[in-house]
Write a protein of this length. Sequence first.
Lengths: 259, 401
Amino acid sequence: MKIFVCIKQVPATSEVAVDEETGVLQRSGVASKMNPFDLFALETALRLKEAGGGSVTVGTMGPPQARDIIQEAFMMGADEGYLFSDRRLAGADVLATSYTLSQAIRSLGDYDLILCGKQTTDGDTAQVGPAIAEHLNIPHASWVSALDLAENGVQAEQQLQDTVQTAFLPFPCLITVEQDIHVPRLPSMRLKKETRDREIPVLDLSYFMDQNEAHYGLAGSPTQVERIFPPRRDLEHELITEGDLAQALYDRLRAWKIV
Amino acid sequence: MATIAVIKRKCTGCAACRAVCPFSAIDMKDGLAEINAGCRACGLCIKACSYQAIVALETKRDSVDKSLWQDFLVFGEMTEQGLHPVTRELIGEAHRLAAGSPHQVHAILIGAGLDAAAQELRHYDLGKILVYEDAQELAYFRADSFAACFEDAINTLRPSVVLVGATALGRSLAPRVSTRFQTGLTADCTSLSFRENSDLVQIRPAFGGNIMAEIITPHTRPQFATVRYKVMDAHPRAEAARGEIIRRPLPQKARDSKVRLVDSRPVPPAANISEAEILVVAGRGLNKPADLDLVVALAQALGGEYAFTRPLVEKGWGSNDRQIGLSGRTVRPRLIITVGVSGAIQFTACMDGAEKIIAINQDEKAPIFSIAHLGIVGDLYDVVPRLIELIKAGGREHAGI
C-alpha cells in the first residue's frame, strides 16, 4: 500500500498584527511550522502502514525553506519526501494549488491512498483535498474521524450534519482526516539522526506531465485577491461594568443572532 | 491579474517589502529582494517599497462571456430533519444580491425522499427547483455521485453564482464541483456583494480571522462561494408557492460511484467541545462543584456545550475531554462565554480564534477582558441565573407561547 500525505508549511503564529493607520501587515518574526492538522494525516498514514505494510511519502508545495517540515515528517517516520517548488507555482489559489499537487502526485507514481489534514491554519479553506481528488478523478471523503483498512480500500467514518456515516472507498482514494483521529507521535531523535542526510528531491514544473505554465500559480488561479484589510473593529473590547449586566449580555446575544 | 516582479537595479535591499509580506514570499538574495513561490500577488510590497522597485506585471487572460452565465443557484442541503436551515439563508442572500438586477434565484436538491423539501422551497421566491432523486444512488452522501448531479444542474441552468452552505457536506461537495468547472471557490465568506458586471465580491477572513481578504473571480463562471450557517439572513417564507419543480433524470456518472455505504447512524450525543458552535466555560471563579450546574444550564439554554479550564480539571471538577487549553483542546466556536475565567495565556491561546468571546468576571483587570469582544464585570452568581431566565423567556416568546 502506497500512501501519500499532503503537508504544508504555515506561519507558526496566526497573530498577524495590522497597522490601524496604514492597513499594513506587521509580522513578528517569520517562524514556520508544519500545519498542525497535517500531523493527524501523517499519524494516520503511519498507523495504516504499521497495520498493513507499504510506504508513506510526504509532499509539499512551497518555497525552499519548506524542506524543514519534510525533515520533521522523516523524524516521525515518513519514508520519502518531495518538495514542489517553482516560482511559476506562486500565487496559486485552491484550483491551481490542487492542480499542482495532483500533477505532482501523478508524476511520482500510483498511490493507493492520499491523506490530507482537514484544512490549513493559514488558508483555512478545507477545499484543497477534495479538489485534488477531483483532478485525479478518484473518490474522496472529508472530515474523517476513523479510518480502517478494508479489502482493496478503506472504511471511513465521517460526521455530517446529523448523522455519522461510514463508507467503503476503493483504492485509489483521498481522505481528509479530522483533528484528533489519532494523537500525533512526537518526532524521534533516533529517526532524526538516521534521516539527517536523506535526500529531499525538489521538483519543478519540468517534472510534471502538464507543463503548460498557464495552468499553475497565479496564471492558473481563477480567484483574485483584490485587497487585504483589517477586520472591522467589532474587536473593540467593550466592557460593561454597571446597569443590568444580564440584560446587556442578552441584548448582545440577540444582536449576534445567537438567540 | 498580475505577477509581482522586482526591478533589480532599483532595489536597494532595504527589506521593507519583506517586513510587510504576509506570505513570507520575499527573500533577500545577494542583498536584493527576490519573490519566492509563496507570493499571492496581494501587492502590499509594491506599496511598501520607497524606491518603486516592485511592480505588478499585468498578464492578459481570456475571459468567459459573462452574459451567458446568469442567475444564482443555491444548493439545498438535506439532513435527517429535512432542509438544512442554511439553505433559507443562502436563498435570502441570493435574493439580496440579485435585487434590482435581472438575475433570478434557483435551487438544487439532491437525495432521496425530497418531495416535502421541494414543495417547501416553492415558497421562497425561486425560479426553478432542480430535483435529483434516487432511492438507491442518492440515499446517502457520496461526493462523486452528488457532484455528478450538481454538474448536470449547472450545465442546465448556467448560473453566474453558486452558493453552498459551509457545512461538513457542503465543504466536501463544493470543491469537487468548482474544480470540475475549472473555476473559483471561496470558502466561508462572511460578506458578499454583486457588481453590475456580475462579478461576485467575496470577503472572508484570512490568517485566522485577523485579516480580511476581498476576492473576485473575474474570468471564469460560475463563481462558487460557501457561507457558514447563521451568517446571512434567512429569506422569509411566502404564502404563495411559485417555484417551478423540475425533476431531472439521474446522470449516468451518479451511478458510477464505487463508494458504498457501510453504516449510517444519528450523531451520538457524546459531547465534542471542539465541534460545538457555542461553548460556556467554567473557571476558577466558581465557588463549589455544585455551581457547575449554572454553567451547564447556560450552555443548554444556548444549545451549546460546557467546558472547563485546567484548574477545575485538576481539582477533579471536570473531565479532561472538556478541558480547553494547551493541555486540553483547542476550540474555535462561533461563541464562547467564559464564566469566572481569568484568562491565562495557556487558555486564551486555545480559544481566541472564537468568532465572539464574552467574558464574565468580577475582576476588571483580568486578562480575559483583553481578548473578549464583550466583557461583563460583575458577579457571575447574579449575571448567569438572570441571563438563563432571559434566554428561556425569549425562547418562549419566539415559539409563540
